[in-house]
Ligand binder design. Structure first.
Ligand code: GLV
Ligand code: MN
Ligand code: MN
Length: 421
């Protein structure tokens, strides 16, 4: 085992608490949305902490931040870790931040251990893993994978109608450098992201470490139902084309399709619903809602998507409404690299840590990193499995334990001479 001091739970606590002062909803969870005042301040905080840790700091044209610990052979492909600092609305303190702050602490103990390492090791803040502002998640890692071009940033807009391209431009990111973001296979030796589990499996089995072998992938839809906006008192029931009741039928059908699947990783959620005009005494003329469907089987998502479309066609016939189903994203599940999984397992054994090999139901930036580099993830337990909620909690000692595994894994990978596939 490499000689390394133990990760400091106190350092991790301090950084997470400091970061979470940048919050748009104090007292009601953490809300830090991409490129808002709070998020920009959190970026500055992390850059400052990277510098204090002795890392070289760079940012690319979509705002992915790279903190580099130089190795003795900096021309070799680097080893990556990292996660995100943006949140869903009214979130907890740990989703994403654990992997950024934990990555920083891992690089600190590697550096201070005095162990030599060949490859550069980089901790990355990926831009906007959450889809909160622009409706699409993993913007930074998506661009790294070449799945978000500069042209496409002009087609993504927030609730105020501002496009991602405009926001980036306003903040001074150079759109001419956008094509340089993309990584090719071979550019990165391997990536290990530390994250909270966001489920209750580790807690239930009493283990502190999860080793991730695959990431279940989302398919995100926006469904718009158009009926006829009319008077709620004067329009008899048989004469209505109520967009809301047609939407409700669709939503229940979507729930049934996921609930009756034999695959336990298959889930579907309608988390956002807009009703127009939204008044007590007006029959809704239009309803727009989101669908977030996930599975570790791309084929099954295809089948469910087809059934949703068929259901929409049937409702158009029966209810006389119009329905459009737009696909916002339709991602492929990602398989972790067997070699990296083995390295993490070996490290856990050497550190006498019981671990659980598992599939991630939540998605992560690693899902897009998998398109150009081998990856795995390390999970630490979430109390009660609660996440995307202000009560999200992970003990700082458990994060520090995950950082110990992460640091040794990164050190081993950074001394691997052989190129990973
Ligand atoms: C990521 O936050 C997800 O929704 O899985
Ligand atoms: Mn999240
Ligand atoms: Mn996350």
């Amino acid at each position: 085992m490499a000689h390394m001091q133990a990760a400091s739970a106190e350092n991790i606590r301090r950084d997470i608490e400091n970061l979470n002062q940048f919050n748009a909803t104090p007292g009601d969870g953490i809300t830090r949305i991409l490129f808002t005042d709070q998020e920009l301040k959190a970026r500055e905080y992390i850059k400052k902490r990277m510098e204090e840790t002795g890392l070289e700091v760079k940012e690319d044209a979509i705002g992915n931040i790279f903190g580099t610990l130089k190795g003795s052979k900096p021309n070799l492909a680097p080893v990556w870790t990292g996660s995100h600092i943006d949140t869903v609305p009214h979130a907890g303190s740990f989703d994403g931040m654990t992997g950024v702050v934990g990555g920083l602490e891992a690089l600190r103990i590697i550096k201070e251990s005095g162990n030599t390492h060949s490859r550069n090791i980089q901790v990355i803040v990926f831009t906007s893993e959450e889809p909160t502002r622009f409706g699409k998640g993993c913007l930074g890692s998506r661009a790294l994978a070449g799945d978000l071009t500069q042209g496409e940033t002009t087609g993504l807009s927030d609730e105020t109608g501002m496009t991602l391209a405009q926001v980036l431009d306003r903040l001074g990111y150079d759109k001419k450098q956008f094509p340089d973001i993309k990584k090719e296979r071979g550019d990165v030796h391997g990536c290990v992201e530390l994250h909270i589990e966001q489920g209750a499996v580790l807690e239930n089995i009493g283990k502190k470490t999860g080793v991730v072998t695959a990431i279940s992938a989302p398919t995100d839809l926006i469904i718009e139902v158009e009926g006829t906006q009319e008077h709620a008192g004067a329009t008899p029931m048989p004469m209505r084309k109520d967009a809301m009741t047609a939407a409700a039928r669709m939503i229940l059908k979507i729930e049934e399709l996921a609930r009756t699947s034999d695959n336990p990783s298959t889930v579907a959620t309608v988390g956002k619903l807009d009703i127009f005009p939204g008044a007590t005494n007006v029959i809704p003329g239009k309803v727009r809602f989101t669908v977030d469907m996930r599975s570790d089987s791309f084929e099954e998502k295809e089948q469910i998507l087809h059934k949703i479309q068929k259901n929409a066609e049937a409702l158009v016939e029966i209810e006389g409404v119009r329905i459009s189903v737009s696909i916002v994203s339709h991602e492929h599940p990602a398989s972790a690299d067997k070699h990296i999984v083995d390295v993490i397992r070996d490290v856990c054994q050497r550190q006498n840590k019981e671990y659980n090999v598992m599939v991630s139901g939540a998605y992560h930036d690693s899902m897009f990193v998998s398109r150009f580099a081998p990856f795995s993830m390390i999970f630490v337990p979430s109390r009660g499995g609660i996440s995307h909620h202000k009560d999200e909690w992970t003990d700082y000692e458990d994060i520090a334990s995950g950082v110990d595994v992460l640091a040794e894994t990164l050190l081993i990978m950074s001394n691997e001479e052989v190129k990973q596939k």
